[in-house]
Design a protein around this ligand. Structure first.
Ligand SMILES: [Zn+2]
Length: 143
């Protein structure tokens, strides 16, 4: 997407408009489909401002926003991980086995575990009525 600053030669109105590409702008201009937002005059010109710089600056701020979102998301997961580490017992890749033994052994019902499981193992556990929760896991080394 390209944002152009357009100026109406008729009423001197200045307005922004979005186009898929500079080619699309040329096409619409030729077809007389670009008109002033105020007076509908077709005497509209692209202003000299470089659209690419404008476009880049938008992309740049979007990227910043995106990484901010990811950071917030990662922090949430890390908080969750901390809670799990403090309250659950780590069983590693034995998760499916341990989950079953807890489910079928009434004495251990209150035991809370976490660990690694494959997609198939989780599906199998769910079919047996064993509730599991999957969360994305971030290794401590990652930032
Ligand atoms: Zn105008």
């Amino acid at each position: 997407m390209i944002k152009y600053k357009l100026t109406c030669k008729n009423c001197k109105n200045c307005f922004d408009s979005w186009f898929a590409s500079s080619k699309e702008f040329d096409k619409l201009k030729k077809l007389n489909l670009i008109n002033c937002s105020k007076c509908n005059s077709l005497n509209v010109k692209k202003s000299l401002m470089s659209p690419t710089i404008l476009n880049n600056s938008i992309k740049y701020s979007d990227k910043n926003l995106e990484s901010k979102k990811i950071r917030t998301f990662k922090n949430k997961i890390k908080e969750y991980q901390k809670f799990i580490k403090n309250n659950f017992k780590y069983v590693g890749s034995n998760f499916a086995y341990e989950a079953r033994s807890i489910h079928y052994n009434t004495k251990e019902k209150s035991k809370k575990i976490y660990g690694k499981a494959t997609k198939e193992e989780i599906i199998g556990l769910n079919e047996e009525g064993i509730q599991t929760q999957t969360i994305p896991w971030i290794e401590d080394s990652e930032n």
